[in-house]
Design a protein around this ligand. Structure first.
Ligand SMILES: O=C(O)CNC(=O)[C@H](CS)NC(=O)CCC(=O)C(=O)O
Length: 334
């Protein structure tokens, strides 16, 4: 029987539905993987180990313009993540709201010191969880002059303190037939800098947001600065999603030899906008070790940094680069 086990401990996959009544559609359990999950559990209990690895939760939601309802849905998933033993929960880009137009985006936005972040601070404390708030519509210090926001990825520790912020540097101004135009720069100012990876109980996290995943230079800069986990909280389009989402995330994981965590928006946000879903965790080998389906819910994965180190030794691409031929793609961060 053990011959059938193809998933080593770091590749533990589990998919869970959220029991909350307010969540309209649940993630489905991925049936073919269940036997591997069970057998794997028997084996690792004998050998021990993988259950001590940090567990992370990836939350998938359908944000709407209703901020209060969005908070309730996210809070329910975060509490579920804590009950299941996660140390860190990831929320997608625009977890706070998805508005119908730039005017509504401006009106609903808040500063980092506003009420919404305060509620998340209390939630992180109450649950004892670290939170990746993947894209907050932030009124920055220049709000009065610009009337534009930043798309800000905020990391809270388990005491609720803001320990890192990254403001999306590549804005999504694209026009894809069938998807509706995206003009992020109508409401948003691009962030001025990359941020150094931040130490968390799951590993060193490099911060990015959604459309940033199309720029491998950014992921190389983050890994060269020490990232072990890359995060791409997203609200990915319903046309680009099926074609590009998984391929891009797996490519970023393979070429950087990092875990990639991508919490996604899913479903219909309002009459003009829908997102692709399929939140996932990819390991440094490029295997998708956890994924959500199309509806709201969460999935969980264990992060095995020993596996990451072992792989980087076995396949030392970072020692084989030829900056003499193409320059240093991805400069060291300060
Ligand atoms: O609008 C908000 O409130 C929050 N921001 C977003 O949802 C952004 C800009 S419209 N979406 C993306 O970057 C999708 C990228 C994408 O779909 C791709 O790269 O294919």
């Amino acid at each position: 029987m053990l011959g059938f086990i193809i998933r080593p401990p770091h590749q533990l996959l589990s998919l869970l539905s959220c029991p909350g009544l307010r969540i309209p559609r649940f993630s489905v359990l991925c049936a073919p993987l269940r036997p591997a999950y069970t057998i794997h559990r028997l084996r690792t209990m004998a050998v021990s180990s993988s259950w001590e690895l940090p567990l992370v939760a990836v939350c998938q939601v359908t944000s709407t313009p209703d901020k209060e309802q969005n908070f309730k849905t996210c809070a329910e998933l975060i509490r579920e993540a804590a009950r299941l033993g996660a140390c860190l929960a990831f929320l997608p880009e625009a977890f706070d709201f998805i508005a119908r137009d730039p005017e509504e985006t401006q009106r609903l936005s808040e500063p980092l010191g506003g009420n919404l972040l305060e509620e998340y601070t209390q939630l992180a404390r109450e649950c004892g969880l670290w939170l990746s708030l993947g894209g907050f519509h932030e009124r920055g210090q220049d709000w009065e002059q610009t009337q534009k926001i930043y798309n800000c990825h905020v990391i809270l520790n388990n005491k609720g303190s803001v320990v890192a912020t990254y403001r999306k540097t590549h804005l999504c101004d694209v026009e894809i037939p069938g998807q509706g135009p995206m003009r992020e720069s109508n409401s948003t100012i691009p962030g001025p800098s990359l941020e150094s990876p931040i130490s968390t109980p799951a590993g060193k996290i490099g911060l990015a947001i959604c459309y940033d995943m199309r720029f491998p230079e950014l992921s190389l800069a983050l890994v060269q600065a020490g990232a072990e986990i890359l995060t791409y909280p997203s609200a990915f389009g319903s046309v680009t999603g099926p074609a590009h989402w998984e391929v891009l995330l797996r490519a970023r994981a393979i070429e950087t030899q990092c875990y990639v965590v991508a919490a996604a928006q899913c479903g219909r946000h309002h009459e003009k906008r829908a997102s692709y879903g399929h939140s996932m965790v990819v390991d440094p080998w490029g295997t998708v070790v956890a994924r959500c389906s199309e509806g709201p819910g969460l999935c969980l994965a264990r992060i095995d940094l020993n596996y990451l180190q072992q792989l980087r030794k076995q396949l030392p691409v970072f020692q084989h680069r030829r900056p003499d031929l193409y320059g240093n793609l991805g400069h060291p961060l300060s």
